[in-house]
Design a protein around this ligand. Structure first.
Ligand SMILES: [Zn+2]
Ligand SMILES: [Zn+2]
Length: 353
């Protein structure tokens, strides 16, 4: 189901980056869990901001909705926006960052932890045709993922997982900070269980309880129609899995589009060159040409000049970010025969133009 990120942040669809930032800060202040706000709302808000503050993600969201990346990410590693409180302290700026300066780390502790696993880059080759119309590709690559022995739980199979004794299963611990303004109680992630609230009775022997291991990752990615050579798709959560409580990195799928033997891409248009003989150029006729949609009978009008360009409307590449397609332009070359027979020479000489 697609979420309305604009509505969540409370801005119009055409809001500028600054407007989005301002509205986000206001709402973040309102919903911040440390200030008694609703954690779910805060998470949702953060997710919306992760997308709308990134021009590339925003563009994809505008076209495909919030399912575009999360659908591909699938699995258990969170979709768009990643897991948890992946907040960017720079964007909150003086709101929370300022506190950090006065109180020596208030609020900053968690933000520093909110990094993610390593991003991975994978190159994928697709044909010219696949780029034009879109394609689904099964990807297979090694990554640090969930330990296959314990399914990422970190517990030896068949053993119990207990509540953490340090935080009593809440995953959070209170800390008293002495500051010039008095004592302040803050909440931090429990160091014992890394904020999970649970600790395995017996650690998995394969991953030593980390829940991570080398796996051959496999999933199917939808490459959208109109993608061009060198463009990449970011799939959140398909990079390397890091410590518990930290979102996995992203997978950057770099698309390499193979050349076509006859067609050349020019943005969303397609160009090709066709050679006709002098007789067809003078008298007209039909030639069979190759297009993205298969073979096509192109009508050559009488008296077609060399370098004439014919436009086949909507026979080009699908637009990536809007409906419709580019065009196909066919440039005509006329072949002048060399070394013709004596008989043809005689006929030509008798012709009167
Ligand atoms: Zn394991
Ligand atoms: Zn704990």
């Amino acid at each position: 189901m697609s979420k309305d990120y604009y509505n969540i942040i409370g801005v119009q669809k055409n809001a500028s980056a600054d407007e989005i930032k301002t509205a986000f800060r206001k709402k973040a202040h309102q919903h911040h869990p440390d200030k008694g706000g609703d954690a779910e709302k805060f998470k949702e808000l953060n997710e919306a901001y992760q997308v709308l503050s990134n021009s590339q993600k925003r563009q994809q969201y505008d076209q495909f909705g919030s399912d575009f990346q999360s659908g591909q990410a699938g699995g258990g590693y969170g979709g768009f926006g990643g897991q948890g409180m992946n907040i960017n302290m720079d964007d909150l700026g003086d709101l929370f960052g300022g506190f950090g300066d006065i109180f020596g780390g208030f609020g900053g502790g968690r933000s520093r932890k909110s990094t993610k696993g390593r991003d991975l880059v994978l190159e994928v080759k697709i044909t010219f045709q696949e780029a034009a119309f879109g394609v689904e590709k099964e990807l297979s690559y090694p990554r640090v993922g969930a330990c296959s022995f314990c399914q990422g739980s970190g517990a030896a199979p068949g053993t119990k997982i207990n509540n953490c004794h340090n935080c009593h299963g809440t995953g959070r611990v209170s800390q008293i900070q002495r500051t010039i303004l008095g004592n302040i109680q803050t909440q931090a992630s429990c160091p014992e269980c890394h904020g999970e609230g649970k600790i395995p009775e017996k650690k998995c022997s394969h991953c030593q309880g980390t829940g991570r291991g080398r796996v051959e990752e496999k999933f199917t990615i939808k490459i959208p129609a109109g993608i061009d050579n060198g463009e990449s798709i970011r799939v959140s959560g398909r990079g390397e899995v890091s410590e518990k409580g930290i979102p996995a990195g992203d997978l950057l799928v770099q698309v390499q589009v193979l050349n076509h033997r006859r067609l050349v891409r020019d943005e969303d248009d397609v160009r090709s060159v066709e050679v006709i003989d002098i007789k067809t150029a003078i008298l007209g006729g039909k030639i069979e040409i190759e297009t993205l949609d298969g073979s096509f009978d192109l009508k050559i009008p009488e008296g077609t000049q060399p370098n004439t360009i014919f436009r086949l409307k909507e026979k080009g590449i699908n637009h990536l970010r809007s409906r419709g397609r580019g065009d196909h332009f066919v440039e005509i070359k006329v072949e002048i025969p060399k070394g013709i027979s004596r008989q043809n020479k005689k006929i030509l000489e008798e012709l009167k133009f």
